[in-house]
Design a protein around this ligand. Structure first.
Ligand code: PBG
Ligand code: ZN
Length: 287
């Protein structure tokens, strides 16, 4: 039943399963087309078993949303870091992530979510080869029409700090530099995008957004596939903090950021400002 505020993300909450249907109905009624789910399990362990448990928090959340909503698209985040006791995105041997073993677990997670009725999966782990294996496993389980929104271009970023409070998923040691991308490297983004498209990605995502608009634009110039941008937690928190201090006009700055994402080439925007933006846009069109 929880509705627990996230201190570093004012206006955002960890929501209990009994609340999620009502919240999503509100989102659907505002005309927001989709939500993406991040689960916090009751128990975390070394293998992140709750990530691919058929009665885990995400399958139960999907059921609650599907009961409350009729058109809302339900996307699930595919990674292990919210479910592992050590907070890493995969299975460890010592301090190293086992890439291929992890990919198998991610594919199991994706199939588990598809079985529970999600409409799309979004792997955020950045393991090598995961898009292809997830596609194969979804197909063999009969989910040939479940699209993959790949976090293809995900930089190793300081902007994820508040999210890790929200998901209680900060790594217990080390960082995510072994698998997330190196901020000064733009060409790797193009290579990874190509690899993921070949492997069957339906939508490519760039993340974070504001500091990587050049990357988003490069992808837009090169490919005519749907592009998503993730306006991440730290970007949200910066705007909120400045607005609370009266240093910036929140509505104006948020809409300016959204416009920048569209201008750079995004077809879709994942943002914690979504409810506010939907309300503001409705007010404008009502004028
Ligand atoms: C999980 C995941 C993260 C985010 C989305 N999925 C965190 C991370 O990679 O540490 C970040 C989202 C945000 O900051 O808003 N791998
Ligand atoms: Zn992760």
């Amino acid at each position: 039943d929880a509705q627990k505020p996230i201190a570093s993300m004012p206006g955002c909450f960890q929501l209990g399963l009994s609340r999620i249907g009502e919240e999503c109905k509100k989102i659907e009624d505002l005309g927001i087309p989709a939500v993406i789910l991040f689960g916090i399990p009751e128990q975390k362990d070394e293998q992140g078993t709750q990530a691919y448990h058929e009665h885990g928090v995400i399958p139960r959340a999907i059921a609650a949303i599907k009961k409350a909503c009729s058109t809302l698209v339900v996307i699930t985040d595919i990674c292990l870091c919210e479910y592992t006791s050590h907070g890493h995105c995969g299975m460890l041997e010592g301090t190293t992530i086992l890439n291929d073993e992890t990919v198998e677990l991610l594919a199991r997670e994706a199939v588990t979510h598809a079985n529970a009725g999600c409409d799309m999966v979004a792997p955020s782990d950045m393991m090598d080869g995961r898009v292809g294996i997830i596609r194969e496993e979804l197909d063999s389980a009969g989910f040939i029409y479940t699209p993959i929104m790949a976090y293809s271009v995900k930089y190793s970023s300081g902007y994820y700090g508040p999210f890790r409070d929200a998901a209680e998923s900060a790594p217990a040691f080390g960082d995510r530099r072994s698998h997330q991308m190196d901020p000064p490297n733009a060409r790797e983004a193009m290579r990874q995008a190509e690899i993921d498209l070949d492997a069957g990605a339906d939508i490519l995502m760039v993340k974070p957004g504001l500091a990587y608009l050049d990357i988003l634009h490069r992808l837009r110039e090169r490919w005519d596939v749907p592009l998503a941008v993730y306006n991440v937690s730290g970007e949200y928190s910066m705007v909120k903090a400045a607005a609370r201090n009266g240093w910036i006009d929140e509505k104006r700055v948020v809409l300016e950021n959204m416009t920048a994402f569209k201008r750079a080439g995004a077809d879709m925007i994942l943002t914690y400002h979504a409810l506010d933006v939907a309300r503001w846009l409705r007010e404008q069109t009502a004028l």
